[in-house]
Design a protein around this ligand. Sequence first.
Ligand code: ADP
Length: 271
Amino acid sequence: NHNLILKINVVPYAGNQHLLLARDTTQLHRLEQIRRDFIANVSHELRTPLTVLAGFIETLRDDEDECTQQWERPLLLMAQQSARMRNLIEDLLLLSRLESDTTIGSTGPVRVAEMLHTICEEARILSGEQAHRITLLADENLVLEGRREELRSAFSNLIFNAVRYTPAQGDITVRWYQDEKGMHFEVSDTGEGIAPEHLPRLAERFYRVDVGRSRQQGGTGLGLAIVKHVLLRHQGQLHIDSILGQGSTFRCDFPLPINNETENDLNTEPI
Ligand code: ADP
């Protein structure tokens, strides 16, 4: 009683014949599953002790008697590092859930513009004294069918990245619009840009152009991998345009809703 997972390719063969090639990938899938389960379990196990540690650090920081001048800075560093670790664990858990469950499950209409208003407010807080100019141009009525929390993760990763990799006072423009090709979410920045050789690997887990800079900015190295998986589940596609030293544009394209397509199909049908 053993399920086989076969990868089947059809290749053209002499004349109008075709060859059917079947490859047994059962073992490969099993190993992949073990890897995913391992990452999910480790992340889950790390969560509880970290919560306890972070709790004690916060208690000590609040306790003015014990927090002498000498301990204030180490405690601040400990709080920052535990926050970093918590972000990493949350990203690892989210990514392993996205990877292991390829079917999207239940979806609902997501009011994207409303969500983007909140994320842009958070981005302004993240920017703080760096005072980036963050502009939001969103079609308030445009709704995307999907999973709200996953979309929030993807969009906030792209917007927060723009803040992280754009020098102070730079311009960041967030757009949400529809055209004849589909619905589009787009973030443009006037930041440091990305050299073309990095672009194909950018969405790989832990791939960073500059590891030191990413860590210093609080990045986990998993943001774009999460974006890629969320888009896969929403039939979306990620396009990156970037010029080194001038800035980048990250665009997510989503197909038009089915009823729109049917309307178009009906309109173009010969009478
Ligand atoms: P990180 O947590 O390091 O930001 P991501 O997966 O979100 O991880 O991004 C991967 C890398 O892509 C980053 O480390 C950075 O080098 C590059 N990157 C992402 N967004 C931008 C951007 N808007 N401008 C320049 N580089 C970027």
